[in-house]
Design a binder for this molecule. Structure first.
Ligand code: XLS
Ligand code: NI
Ligand code: NI
Length: 437
């Protein structure tokens, strides 16, 4: 079989190694807080960015050749992509992949033919999964590229397009179950609007929820036991997207009674587009018991779009893994929803990108474990609210008070003392010492 990546399996060589094709920090079998590093970090490859995307942007053509030696849009090409993908995952020690239906095969003019192609490629992929032990993290349907989805899928203005979307979701669920996927994602790419002058927002939201409810019903019927996920994103491609951020998506799920079957797939670069930190959206999801999976990438603070970079910012990976550890881990995985920069167009660049991302998350995990073990930050937060542990504070928390009781307490007390200092600078210094000390 053709070898696409001309290297041996990437090994851990430690921080002093100068080998570009070695891990400096990701040491899969190293035990941390009672678990192997690779169990803390269930990395996944995104089929679309790595095996499909050639770097096309609105001003220019592809720079990377993703034909993998086959004529594009053929089944040979679909299989060559699978071969290359599995070779790369094996060489990097990546145990999961994520896919859209239309990452796997080219869409045909007729949905029946598209589905036949999907059956053929999923048989092929299933064989590769059996021989390599690589697993599917989640599947999804691409309901944003084709022009029929100009107004969205669940939020479309056309009942016929809605049915087409339903057909794609049904097939993508079939594929996810066939490949044993842990999750099924709804990223509402075009589920949003450009102007309220032509939009019935309430109607669109009801329809999206309806599509999701039907997906849950069908998925459970065919034996899907995993989690459904909403992946929030505030904008791009639409001006306004309904799944704006974690808090909005959770409210939506609760409103429509979908919160038992759904969790969130939080993407770093989407959280920042919504004006939050990555850590914020992770915390919002975790505190609602809905942190399911993570799209592990990073954006660029100077740009206002989803740049989908491989993570290199260790502060961010540290605070991400700190949230994950505090949440007791995730049932999903860490999907590198990320691509190499357009001028980094070679296969070596793909490997460098994953090694960067995996090492950045390994560093983040090592640091997060140190923060937890050090305990000063967690202790400070606990202490900060200690006035609610006894006396009137405990009564408030225990819901034993009325507004009149508190007013009487306040009148007797007079002007309260200022709350204790928030000590942000001290805590940031502790973080630095824990990370670099
Ligand atoms: C786009 C999204 C997309 C989803 C899957 O911004 O991140 O890649 O993860 O549809
Ligand atoms: Ni994503
Ligand atoms: Ni994204």
């Amino acid at each position: 079989m053709t070898e696409y990546f001309n290297i041996k399996k990437v090994q851990y060589e430690g921080p002093n190694s100068k080998n570009d094709f070695a891990f400096k920090f990701y040491n899969p079998d190293q035990i941390l807080l009672g678990k192997k590093m690779k169990e803390h970090l269930p990395f996944a490859m995104a089929w679309w960015h790595n095996l499909c995307n050639g770097g096309k942007d609105i001003f220019g053509d592809e720079t990377a050749d993703k034909s993998f030696g086959a004529e594009t849009k053929t089944m040979e090409h679909a299989k060559a992509k699978a071969d290359a993908g599995f070779e790369m995952m094996e060489k990097l020690g990546i145990e999961y992949f994520c896919f859209h239906d239309l990452d796997l095969v080219a869409e045909a003019d007729d949905i029946k033919e598209t589905n036949r192609r999907l059956d053929e490629i999923s048989d092929y992929i299933l064989e590769k999964m059996k021989t390599t032990g690589i697993k599917c993290l989640w599947g999804t349907a691409n309901m944003f590229n084709n022009s029929r989805y100009m107004n969205g899928a669940g939020s479309t203005t056309s009942a016929d397009v809605f049915c087409f979307a339903a057909a794609q979701v049904k097939k993508a669920l079939d594929l996810t179950v066939k490949l044993g996927g842990k999750g099924y994602v709804f990223w509402g790419g075009r589920e949003g609007y450009e102007t309220l002058l032509n939009t019935d927002m309430k109607f669109e939201l009801d329809n999206i929820a309806n599509l999701m409810s039907m997906a849950v019903e069908y998925g459970r019927k065919i034996g899907f036991k995993g989690d459904f996920y909403i992946e929030p994103k505030p904008k791009e491609p639409m001006k306004h997207q309904y799944d704006y951020d974690a808090a909005t998506a959770i409210g939506f799920l609760k409103q429509y009674g979908l919160d038992k079957d759904f969790k969130l797939n939080v993407e770093a670069n989407h959280a920042t587009l919504a004006g939050h930190t990555f850590q914020h959206d992770l915390r919002v999801s975790a505190m609602n018991g809905m942190l399911g999976s993570i799209d592990a990438n990073q954006g660029d603070n100077l740009l206002g779009w989803d740049t989908d970079q491989f993570p290199s910012n260790v502060y961010d990976t540290t605070l991400c893994m700190y949230e994950v550890l505090k949440a007791g881990g995730i049932t999903g995985g860490l999907n590198f929803d990320a691509k190499t920069r357009r001028p980094s167009y070679t296969r070596e660049d793909m490997l460098h990108a994953f090694i960067l991302g995996m090492d950045s998350f390994a560093l983040g995990l090592l640091n997060a474990a140190k923060i937890v073990e050090d305990g000063r930050i967690d202790d400070f937060v606990k202490e900060r609210y200690s006035s609610f542990e006894s006396g009137i504070g405990a009564e408030i928390v225990g819901k034993k008070t009325k507004l009149e009781d508190l007013a009487a307490y306040a009148e007797k007390l007079g002007e309260p003392a200022l709350p204790e200092s928030g000590r942000q600078e001290k805590l940031e210094a502790i973080l630095n010492t824990v990370m670099f000390g």
